[in-house]
Every structure is written in C-alpha cells, then in structure tokens.
Design a protein around this ligand. Structure first.
Ligand code: TQI
Ligand code: CA
Ligand code: ZN
Ligand code: ZN
Length: 173
C-alpha cells in the first residue's frame, strides 16, 4: 500500500503547471533528457499536473542534476550501487542522481558497457519514475510491483505505474 511523507507535503493546489530544469554543468544529451520527459509523462497522465522543461535552473520548480560524492546537502553519494538518487519532498523539488552509477538508457549503458558495469547496471527511467513519485509527495509502498516499492534489482526496468501508485498520487492531487 502507498504512503505519504510525514505531514503529507504536496505541491499547492494552485500550482498544477510545474517546471523542471537540468543542471547546466551536466551538459546532458537529448536522449537522457527525454528519459526524464517520459518519466514525468507517466505521472501527468494520471493527475491534473503538467511538467514543462525550462532553461532556467534557478527558477524551475524541480531541479535535476547528477552529482558525485559529497555535494553539500548532507546526503553524499557513494559511487556505484548503494544510493542511486534522492529527491526531496514538496515543495523543495531537488532531484539528485549519483553520477557514478552505471546508468542504462533504453537498454544501453551510458558510460562504457564492460562486464562489471553491466552487473551493476541501473535503468535511469525506472529510477526517474520512482524519484518523481517522491517529488510529488509519495513515500514508499508495500506493493511489490509498484513504482514506489523500495527495491529494484540491477538491470531491471520498472516504469509502468500500477493501481497502487495511481491511487496514491490521486489522493494527493
Ligand atoms: N534512494 C532512496 C529512494 O529514493 C532514498 C530514500 C531512502 C528515501 N529512504 C527514503 C526517499 C524514504 C524517500 C523516503 O528510495 S535510492 C530505488 C528503489 C533509490 C532506490 O537510491 O536507494 C529507486 C532510488 F526503489 F529501487 F529501491 C530509486 Cl527506484
Ligand atoms: Ca551510488
Ligand atoms: Zn543531493
Ligand atoms: Zn524511494
């Protein structure tokens, strides 16, 4: 079953048009950016929310960036595996990903593709859909195939919302 963060934080009722931006220093390719766009679509399809990419990192509601190690928010990243990403509850909008993961985009490793990196491959879209759930106010779910279930096997893709995810987010918005 789905859950919320303590105090049930959510984006204000008046703010259904949310914007997002990528950390300019990351210089992400269009392929990587489109993964996030698809991940946002999954959630906008079942809520009154819309998500639009804007250029200004400063003024975006949701700020997406890849970081390595300590990046000054008290939650340092840890290299391959362990923590993959973290997102803060509304209305903070910070969405950080560990730049040292062996990210896979559409089945293809972003960095190299050597045997060892394939063993720890993590599907970027799956993590993005999960973290956006957190950005919207969802905590973890006890339903095993839900997007918000707190575990994902290496190399596995899990991008489709299930009933439990939809019910959870629709209770908020
Ligand atoms: N990052 C954790 C997560 O997003 C951060 C976290 C731990 C957290 N406890 C929390 C966030 C409680 C909110 C509430 O869950 S992670 C997965 C999954 C992570 C884990 O890097 O461990 C995914 C990121 F579900 F596979 F375990 C993405 Cl999909
Ligand atoms: Ca890590
Ligand atoms: Zn961070
Ligand atoms: Zn989580």
């Amino acid at each position: 079953h789905y859950s919320f963060f303590p105090g049930r934080p959510k984006w204000p009722e008046s703010k259904t048009d949310l914007t997002y931006a990528f950390l300019p220093a990351n210089n992400l390719t269009d392929d990587i950016k489109s993964v996030f766009s698809r991940a946002f679509d999954r959630w906008s399809e079942v809520t009154p929310l819309s998500f639009t990419e804007i250029a200004s990192f400063q003024s975006a509601d949701i700020k997406i960036g890849f970081f390595t190690g300590d990046h000054n928010d008290g939650e340092p990243f840890d290299g391959p595996m362990g923590t993959l990403a973290h997102a803060f509850s509304p209305p903070t909008g910070h969405f950080h990903l560990d730049g040292e993961e062996n990210w896979v985009v559409d089945g293809v490793p972003v960095n190299d593709g050597n045997f060892f990196s394939i063993l720890s491959a993590v599907d970027l879209e799956s993590v993005a859909v999960h973290e956006i759930g957190h950005l919207l106010g969802l905590g973890h779910s006890s339903v095993e195939d839900s997007i918000m279930y707190p575990s994902l096997e290496a190399g596995i893709r899990r991008v489709e919302l299930v009933d439990d995810d939809v019910k959870g987010v629709q209770e908020l918005y």
